[in-house]
Design a protein around this ligand. Structure first.
Ligand SMILES: O=C1O[C@H](CS(=O)(=O)O)[C@@H](O)[C@H](O)[C@H]1O
Length: 281
């Protein structure tokens, strides 16, 4: 683990819109979009379009123009849920989970993890979730990781070739903070952001903690590898839910941090399935 680099300049607002960051230029660009975005899937064609998990469902989102063509708008009712974390698995399917945003009913665990498959069908794969987070996949694609943040638990599953999850087990029980976004490096270790603990933790494939990186913000939200050799670990963070006093003590809350790492990440898989547009929106 190297020294933290000076954080790239990303515009900060009381309600920050998602920014598209070009790290070399240390510049972020605000994106016009109809709803908050929880996660995205890159597409094979290198165009400016991605599949985005918006609050209410999936849309084909043009990062340049801000145009959205809805694919599956499955959470459009006001039920206190929205889409949150997601990631493409090694076989090119997009997984995205919802979270119960309304804290008063979060304990009901009515959120789910959904899968966009190769045929372009989008369906819930399992439910009983409060806040779906930390979806990540082992280098061989046979193990999936997932966190239900309020439970302070990271789970592992077997993932078969058909895209079915089974053999759910506890991968790590978290004692400090809440497991948020995560990714897997080339050695199969899981990097997990710890909301409220101000850390990012690297777990061995058997769940052991190998390394804890302290970041200068209490709410790191997700991690991603980048740079030409995938040896830069980017860590996003949130200002959300911090008091004015906390924001004074945490001037970097909401920034994106970049760290040099020795073990590289893996290229991010792209969604390789069909794109089917919704007929009802
Ligand atoms: O992913 C998210 O998680 C958090 C906090 S926690 O990690 O679940 O504790 C959340 O409030 C945030 O808005 C969400 O996107």
């Amino acid at each position: 683990m190297g020294r933290p680099r000076r954080p790239p300049a990303v515009d900060r607002h009381p309600e920050p819109p998602p920014a598209r960051l070009r790290p070399r230029h240390r510049r972020g660009r605000d994106l016009r979009r109809p709803e908050r975005i929880g996660s995205i899937a890159l597409l094979p064609d290198e165009s400016s379009r991605v599949v985005a998990a918006f609050e209410t469902g999936l849309g084909l989102f043009d990062l340049s123009s801000g145009d959205v063509a809805w694919l599956h708008r499955v959470e459009a009712d006001a039920n206190g849920r929205r889409f949150n974390d997601g990631r493409v698995d090694r076989a090119g399917r997009f997984w995205a989970g919802t979270m119960v945003e309304d804290e008063a009913i979060r304990h009901r665990a009515e959120a789910s993890v959904w899968r966009l498959d190769h045929a372009g069908d989008f369906a819930p794969h399992f439910g009983g979730v409060q806040i779906a987070n930390g979806l990540a996949f082992s280098p061989d694609g046979k193990t999936a990781y997932f966190s239900d943040s309020p439970l302070q638990t990271i789970f592992a599953f077997d993932l078969d070739e058909d895209g079915t999850l089974s053999n759910r087990r506890v991968f790590a029980q978290v004692t400090d903070g809440y497991p948020d976004g995560a990714t897997v490096d080339a050695e199969g270790c899981l990097w997990s952001a710890r909301w409220a603990a101000g850390t990012v933790v690297r777990h061995a494939p058997d769940g052991r903690v190998l390394q804890t990186l302290r970041v200068p913000a209490s709410q790191p939200t997700c991690v991603a590898f980048g740079g030409d050799d995938l040896r830069t670990l980017f860590v996003t963070s949130a200002r959300d839910e911090l008091s004015d006093d906390e924001l004074v003590r945490q001037p970097h809350a909401g920034d994106v941090f970049a760290y040099d790492v020795t073990v590289p990440g893996l290229p991010e898989p792209r969604y390789t399935g069909a794109i089917r547009f919704a007929s009802n929106v």
